[in-house]
Design a protein around this ligand. Structure first.
Ligand SMILES: NC(=O)c1ccc[n+]([C@@H]2O[C@H](COP(=O)([O-])OP(=O)(O)OC[C@H]3O[C@@H](n4cnc5c(N)ncnc54)[C@H](O)[C@@H]3O)[C@@H](O)[C@H]2O)c1
Length: 269
């Protein structure tokens, strides 16, 4: 098959932000045969139907990316269907709404976060890389979070796992760069999502801190969306970024690039 294939883990977009589905649509609009691996069959089939209506070529395979047998089978089915893999986007994730302080986190919960957010990236990469190396040029894009770049209450395991993903990004880039495989990472900040909207409906008092984040932390007004993430993934997949590998690109409206308190002081001047 001459059409390039892009595998997107978590491509159903079943979580709050929906980046996976935006990425799937963006890459399909650029001519990729998009293959979704996800555990949420309902959302995945929905996304697949829209993809097929708009772009014809797309597939979905039920795959729990924390399970080696699932990943092996999904790779086999993908290659059986399209004969090739050119792009892998490691987007699937999960985290608890919030964890207790670290000394109260139980091992099972810790392991669950590491499995879905870090082990999954290892497994998908491990089994897809041999096919990526068959192409002259291929790309892996991992998705991290700004929580991996600063301390955050209640998200220690998630943040640690994503910091691992960024490190893995550099190792993959170093190991396979000379064989035509580039590997970069997108690092989104808070992406406005249904979960947040529900939270402000349920706890109206949360609206005020979010308004403060809007006012003080964001340099570019308005929260980001899955579409913003998809645009950057699309750049990293394309030849326009051919000289970039092993990098982490922060995408957060400028939030962690500056000291928000300083902006408050400046306003008083
Ligand atoms: N939403 C945010 O505010 C935010 C902020 C920073 C970073 N991110 C990162 O962006 C990426 C996308 O997040 P999103 O909120 O847009 O979610 P999303 O809508 O893209 O959903 C993630 C998908 O992962 C799937 N998934 C969960 N467990 C899985 C498993 N074991 N196997 C296969 N699929 C599985 C879910 O069903 C869902 O479809 C994630 O990597 C996340 O860490 C999100």
């Amino acid at each position: 098959m001459t059409q390039k294939t892009a595998v997107i883990t978590g491509g159903a977009g079943a979580s709050a932000g929906g980046s996976g589905a935006y990425i799937a649509h963006k890459l399909a609009s650029q001519g990729y045969y998009v293959v979704i691996w996800d555990i949420n069959d309902e959302f995945a089939i929905d996304t697949l139907n829209t993809l097929q209506m708009k772009h014809k070529d797309a597939a979905f395979y039920h795959c729990d990316v924390t399970r080696e047998d699932h990943v092996r089978e999904a790779v086999a089915k993908t290659v059986e269907g399209t004969g090739r893999i050119d792009v892998l986007v490691n987007n699937a994730f999960w985290h608890a709404d919030a964890q207790p302080p670290l000394h109260e986190v139980d091992l099972e919960d810790w392991n669950k976060h590491i499995d879905i957010n870090l082990k999954s990236v290892f497994l998908s990469s491990k089994y897809v890389i041999p096919y990526l190396l068959e192409q002259d040029k291929s790309v892996i894009v991992n998705i991290s979070t700004t929580a991996a770049h600063r301390g955050e209450f209640g998200y220690a395991a998630y943040a640690a796992a994503k910091a691992g993903v960024e490190s893995l990004t550099r190792s993959i880039a170093a190991q396979y760069g000379r064989q035509g495989l580039r590997c970069n990472c997108v690092v989104p900040g808070l992406v406005l999502n249904v979960q947040l909207q529900k939270m402000t409906e349920k706890f109206p008092q949360a609206a005020e801190p979010f308004a403060l984040i809007d006012k003080h932390a964001l340099l570019e007004p308005g929260h980001g969306s899955g579409l913003d993430v998809a645009e950057v993934v699309s750049f990293l997949v394309s030849d326009a970024s051919r000289w970039m590998t092993g990098e982490s690109l922060i995408l957060d409206g400028g939030t962690i690039s500056h000291n928000a308190m300083w902006a408050d002081v400046a306003e008083l001047q």
